[in-house]
Ligand binder design. Structure first.
Ligand SMILES: [Zn+2]
Length: 86
């Protein structure tokens, strides 16, 4: 019985959240699009992501560090070694 009540409450919260999300989307302002960092698989808001074109593709990263790491891993970084590890 109590479990059901909690479940119903949770559902109500989800519905309210979803409604406000949809409303925000319909009012003209684009909802924050989430993009996935291909380096660490973290989702970040597109507006806050670090955009980097890798191999002719636009990719989004959570940080500059990830962008650099990804480019290093994919061998598309220009400039060569940083000489961090000797
Ligand atoms: Zn990252």
């Amino acid at each position: 019985m109590t479990r059901l009540a909690v479940l119903a409450l949770l559902l109500a919260v989800i519905v309210v959240l979803f409604r406000s999300f949809v409303r925000g989307n319909a009012s003209g302002t684009p909802a924050t699009e989430m993009v996935q960092d291909p380096n660490c698989q973290t989702f970040v808001p597109k507006t806050e992501a670090v955009r980097q074109s890798v191999g002719g593709r636009e990719l989004y990263f959570c940080s500059r560090k990830c962008a650099e790491e990804y480019q290093l891993k994919n061998g598309t970084a220009s400039g060569g070694q940083t000489g961090k590890d000797a």
